[in-house]
Ligand binder design. Structure first.
Ligand SMILES: *Cc1c(COP(=O)(O)O)cnc(C)c1O
Length: 379
């Protein structure tokens, strides 16, 4: 792990605390999740539900996840054997990569990538093969030729994050077909990170890769309650996959954490069954916040890419005369009283991302307004 150091989120959040700047760096919401879900967790704790739950997860959460996948996407999974509850999506990603990639194996990732992917690929002794997402027609996408070129005889896995953090792209069916083709052709396993599955805008719908022809059998799908229910501190995630994959991932998971937090699992099971209306409201409110932040960033002089999902905006700093996002991110709290994350830390080809900052909009309106007012002073 030499070379990984402290995550950029820790560094930037510490900077926000030290300078009193508005933190649009780390992507956690500043409003609570559905009230009844929170009450369920309290009730579960008071009812004494405080000991190790079963390793695969409490039955009612596995059943709720299976029901959600079939009702929303038509994808059937057996709650006994094809669903595994994890400590957030983060542990699901870790256990899946450790289970499915070994020393010298290659893992294809789209860059910019979520930072834990690179760390877990390194811990597995595997090698990452990045494919760059670039702006084209107002959104970020990949070149199918580059994807094909990244796959070789040692490639075992491809990690697919859609809706994508940080670029905000929701892959279209056509883009997913290209990925599926490559997987089928080269017998690859896909690990899909779908934690923003509900947070899509402008009618862009999330399509799980597993729903494409021939992909269910080769896909380990990951999601989590953190983003959907504004409970990022609960760390309740899950995978859905064919039984042999779930067994492999659980074999690793049992030695990472053995099991996950009992009372929160019960509360999330309730929320998946009863609070999707609340999530619809969250989605609507985030769509408006996105527009608010994009308009503010544009007024401040950035080129802002309007995301189709997640709660992040990529902003190009070059129109303001800057070129180095890392330098600007470190100076921004003092200069403007705002914290953002330099996107280049999510790239292998740092030059491809050097001029982007990532701003989060899962914040109260007055916080966003104050941040963009301050950013307007940069000019
Ligand atoms: C937040 C996030 C995660 C981590 O999810 P947890 O459930 O909090 O562990 C994983 N992937 C992406 C892309 C994320 O943004």
């Amino acid at each position: 792990m030499q070379g990984f150091g402290t995550t950029i989120f820790a560094e930037m959040t510490a900077l926000a605390v030290r300078t009193g700047a508005i933190n649009l760096g780390q992507g956690f919401p500043d409003s609570p999740g559905p009230e009844a879900m929170l009450e369920r967790a309290v009730a579960a704790i008071r009812a004494g539900d405080n000991q190790y739950p079963p390793g695969p997860g409490v039955p009612e959460l596995r059943e709720a996840v299976a029901r959600q996948r079939v009702e929303r996407y038509g994808l059937g999974y057996d709650p006994d054997g094809e669903v595994l509850v994890t400590v957030g999506a983060t542990e699901a990603i870790a256990a899946a990569i450790l289970a499915l990639a070994g020393p010298g194996d290659e893992v294809v990732v789209f860059e910019p990538y979520y930072d834990s992917y690179a760390a877990m690929i390194a811990l597995a002794g595997a090698v990452r093969r990045p494919v760059t997402l670039r702006p084209e027609g107002g959104r970020f996408t990949f070149d199918p030729g580059e994807l094909r070129a990244a796959v070789g005889p040692r490639t075992r896995l491809i990690l697919v994050n859609s809706p994508h953090n940080p670029v905000g792209t929701v892959f279209t069916r056509a883009e997913l077909e290209v990925i599926a083709d490559v997987c089928r052709e080269h017998d690859l396993t896909a690990v899909t990170d779908e934690v923003y599955e509900y947070l899509t805008f402008d009618g862009a719908g999330h399509v799980p890769l597993a729903s494409l022809e021939g992909m269910r059998e080769r896909t380990v799908a990951i999601s989590s309650a953190g983003k959907t229910f504004s409970a990022t501190g609960w760390k309740v995630g899950w995978i859905t996959a064919p039984a042999p994959y779930v067994r492999a991932v659980q074999t690793v998971k049992q030695f990472l954490t053995y099991t996950a937090s009992a009372p929160y699992q019960r509360a999330v099971a309730y929320a998946l069954g009863h609070e999707l209306g609340w999530v619809q409201g969250l989605r609507k409110s985030l769509e408006a916040k996105r527009d608010r932040l994009v308009a503010g960033l544009e007024a401040a002089g950035f080129t802002a890419y309007r995301p189709q999902g997640t709660y992040f905006v990529q902003a190009d700093i070059r129109p303001l005369g800057f070129t180095d996002g890392m330098e600007l991110a470190r100076a921004l709290p003092e200069r403007a009283g705002v914290v953002a994350v330099p996107s280049q830390v999510f790239y292998d080809h740092a030059a491809a991302g050097a001029h982007f900052l990532r701003f989060a909009f899962c914040k109260r309106d007055h916080v966003i307004d104050e941040a963009v007012e301050r950013l307007a002073e940069l000019r």
